[in-house]
Design a binder for this molecule. Structure first.
Ligand SMILES: Nc1ncnc2c1ncn2[C@@H]1O[C@H](COP(=O)(O)OP(=O)(O)OP(=O)(O)O)[C@@H](O)[C@H]1O
Ligand SMILES: [Mg+2]
Length: 249
C-alpha cells in the first residue's frame, strides 16, 4: 500500500508565495481530483512534489510511504515510485518515445538505460498504444515531436500505463482530447488506479471525472484548499463556476 501525504506545504516561485499551507493524502487505488481556477496553484503543487528546482519549498513536508522526499532530486523521487504527467509535455525530437519508455523501465529495474526492451514490455506497449489510441508509428517518433495536442496527452498516459508508478500526478490529462479520447484516457486511468496506483489528477471538466469517479475532490483557490468533498463539488462547479469557492466557505 503506497501513500503520498502532503503536510502544510508552502511554495514560492521567484520569491512569490504561490502555495500556502496545503495538506492532503492519497493512497493506492484512490483517485483524488484537484480542481481550481486558472492560476490557483495546481501545476505548481505537482511540479513541487516532482522536485522541479524552480519551485522553492518554504515549509512543509512531501511524505512518500512515510519518508520526507522534499530534499531528494527528481530522479530519486521517480525511483521511489512518483511520476508526473505534465500539463504541457516536453518535446524531445532526438529521443524516440519507445526509447524513453524503455529507459524508464530499465532504470526502475536496475538495468542500463540503453538495454533493449524486454519482450514483456514490447507486448504491453502494443496493448498500451491501443488503449490510449496511439499507433506503433508514434513510438518510433521523437518524444511528442509533431504530436497533436491530444496525441501528447495520450503519450503521457501511455508512459504512466507502462511504468505503473506508486503515485501518479496527472495534470489536465483531458485538455485537448476529443470526446473518444476523454473516455479512453478516463478508462485507462481507472484501470491504473485499480492496479494499485494512487492518482492525483487536475481537470477543468467534469466529463473525465464521470469516467474516473474520484474518491475525493479538492478545490484549490489562491494556493489554499477552499473545499474538500465528493462529486457534489464537481456538480456545483459545473452549475455555477468557482464563485462560491472564491469566498471563504
Ligand atoms: N515567476 C512568477 N512570478 C509571479 N507569479 C508566478 C510566477 N510563476 C508562476 N506564477 C503564478 O503562479 C500561479 C499558479 O500557477 P499554476 O500554473 O500553478 O496554476 P494552475 O492552477 O495550474 O492553473 P491552470 O488551471 O491555468 O493550469 C499563477 O497565477 C502564475 O502566474
Ligand atoms: Mg496548471
Amino acid at each position: 500500500m503506497a501513500e503520498l501525504r502532503i503536510e502544510d506545504l508552502a511554495v514560492s516561485v521567484d520569491g512569490k508565495l504561490i502555495i500556502n499551507g496545503v495538506s492532503f493524502g492519497v493512497r493506492s487505488g484512490e483517485v483524488l481530483a484537484l480542481m481550481g481556477p486558472n492560476g490557483s496553484g495546481k501545476t505548481t503543487l505537482f511540479m513541487t512534489i516532482a522536485g522541479h528546482p524552480r519551485y522553492n519549498v518554504v515549509r512543509g513536508k512531501v511524505m512518500l510511504d512515510g519518508e520526507d522526499i522534499v530534499k531528494l532530486p527528481p530522479e530519486e523521487r521517480f525511483l521511489r515510485g512518483l511520476m508526473v504527467a505534465f500539463q504541457t509535455p516536453t518535446v524531445v525530437p532526438e529521443v524516440r518515445l519507445s526509447t524513453l519508455i524503455t529507459a524508464m523501465i530499465n532504470k526502475i529495474n536496475g538495468r542500463k538505460l540503453t538495454d533493449p526492451a524486454p519482450p514483456s514490455l514490447v507486448n504491453s506497449l502494443m496493448k498500451g498504444i491501443q488503449e490510449v489510441g496511439l499507433t506503433p508509428a508514434h513510438l518510433s517518433r521523437g518524444i511528442n515531436h509533431g504530436f497533436s495536442g491530444g496525441e501528447m496527452k495520450r503519450s503521457e498516459i501511455l508512459q504512466l500505463l507502462m511504468v505503473k508508478p506508486k503515485v501518479a500526478l496527472i495534470d489536465e490529462p483531458d485538455s485537448g482530447l476529443d470526446v473518444d479520447g476523454v473516455f479512453a484516457v478516463g478508462k485507462a486511468l481507472l484501470s491504473l488506479a485499480n492496479s494499485g496506483t494512487a492518482i492525483v489528477l487536475t481537470t477543468h471538466s467534469a466529463k473525465i471525472l464521470h469516467v474516473v469517479k474520484p474518491t475525493r475532490v479538492l478545490v484549490l483557490n489562491r494556493g489554499r484548499i477552499a473545499a474538500e468533498g465528493g462529486m457534489e463539488l464537481v456538480e456545483e462547479i459545473e452549475k455555477v463556476g468557482y464563485e462560491n469557492f472564491l469566498k471563504a466557505r
